[in-house]
Design a protein around this ligand. Structure first.
Ligand SMILES: O=P(O)(O)OC[C@@]1(O)O[C@H](CO)[C@@H](O)[C@@H]1O
Length: 388
């Protein structure tokens, strides 16, 4: 495991910083949204109040005695962090634990009528049904007339920029700042495309809805044109970071595609068939919701990534987990913090948190000169980085 011990891990203890604002502002706003979206009973309201108070003013409490994943969380550093302020443990850890505790508060894990009810589902469905989502699908028809290479590039960029469709992020960027001109700060797309060699693709998904649909369209293209022989789609085992994709969201996305018109429906039916014959498989590994970097992944996951021709890691959170949620110099080569990864790996991400590696010094200087540090978290810039 690569342990860049001398690079500080990101905490949330600096008032005004991005991680601090997520814990102090984004999480309370999210609790309000979830509370308003469901006719929860008094027990859930009380639990949400308690979570809000605990996560902003209190200390980390261990999971209840009866929680099935209690031991797992203890192994995932929970024992070490119990009793400490949420703001003083790694940002990656406290955010992840917040989502675990939010699900607990609404009864997601407790036997009873609310078990398994995704508290983010209304937001996810609203996004799938938005007119923009239909426009994006309609754009596939003219694209189908273009040469295969061009289509592949367009679908790759569709999957990349789909990552802006992150509902947690939009809670914080309600002033529309996520819609300003977007640009790529690193582009290894040619190197990525050279890795599609007819074998296995792992795609570690991020958001559902308007990100998952283009991810699926890319997978369909790669399968259909035999650029890959099979694809493994890694999703989350439970609702996470608001819009992260679960198996239920894959089903919704596929139903949405098959119910569409034209090229979108054709893709949907091909993907449906690929699920049936095993060329497309969904995985929901517990580690996909772990509060830890991928450097700590368990052996079964390591073996799976090792067997793939390439693993595409989508989105901001997965990027933080891939390279480690640390204050790296931005010019750290991408290959260094990803050296531990067991096979070729590519990151497709819009920039929505402080972590960044693999920039050249000129690009970093130009971005800083134009925007201060804003470009790191505003979601207006993106990257495609590859370690072959
Ligand atoms: O992984 P995604 O959907 O691209 O982004 C996740 C995100 O919105 O949530 C985290 C902060 O809460 C950051 O990693 C990022 O801002």
């Amino acid at each position: 495991m690569s342990e860049p011990a001398d690079v500080p891990v990101i905490l949330s203890d600096e008032p005004g910083s991005f991680p601090w604002s997520v814990l102090a502002k984004r999480h309370p706003a999210l609790v309000r949204k979830v509370r308003d979206a469901f006719p929860y009973g008094p027990e859930q309201h009380r639990a949400l109040d308690a979570l809000l108070k605990n996560a902003t003013e209190g200390v980390i409490e261990p999971l209840g005695e009866r929680a099935a994943d209690r031991e797992q969380w203890e192994r995932w550093d929970g024992q070490e962090y119990a009793g400490r302020s949420w703001f003083e443990v790694p940002f990656l850890w406290s955010e992840s634990y917040f989502y675990r505790q939010l699900l607990e508060a609404v009864g997601y894990f407790t036997p009873g009528p609310w078990k398994g009810i995704d508290p983010f589902r209304p937001f996810k469905l609203a996004e799938l049904g938005a007119p923009e989502a239909d426009e994006e699908l309609a754009a596939l028809d003219p694209l189908a007339e273009r040469p295969v290479e061009e289509r592949e590039e367009a679908l790759l960029h569709g999957s990349l920029w789909g990552n802006r469709a992150d509902l947690g992020f939009r809670l914080a960027a309600a002033d529309g700042e996520s819609d300003v001109d977007a640009q790529l700060v690193a582009d290894d797309s040619e190197s990525l495309r050279s890795l599609f060699a007819g074998g296995t693709l792992c795609l570690v998904a991020d958001n559902s809805g308007r990100e998952l649909i283009p991810d699926l369209l890319l997978i369909d293209h790669l399968l259909h044109h035999r650029r890959v022989g099979r694809a493994l789609l890694h999703v989350k085992p439970y609702p996470y970071y608001v819009s992260d994709a679960t198996t239920a969201d894959v089903v919704d996305a596929l139903r949405h595609l098959t119910g569409a018109k034209g090229a979108a429906a054709e893709s949907g039916h091909r993907l449906w068939a690929a699920m049936a014959d095993g060329r497309l498989t969904v995985r929901a590994h517990p580690f996909s919701c772990a509060p830890l970097p991928y450097a700590d992944m368990p052996d079964d996951l390591r073996r799976e990534f090792a067997e793939a021709d390439v693993t595409i890691v989508k989105g901001d959170l997965n990027y933080r987990r891939l390279v480690g949620d640390r204050r790296y110099p931005a010019t750290t080569p991408f290959a260094e913090p990803t050296a531990y990864f067991p096979g070729p790996v590519a990151a497709l991400r819009t920039l929505k948190s402080d972590v960044i590696v693999g920039l050249d010094a000129r690009t970093e200087a130009a971005l800083d000169a134009a925007e201060g540090g804003h470009w790191r978290t505003s979601g207006t810039h993106a990257l495609i980085q590859v370690r072959a």
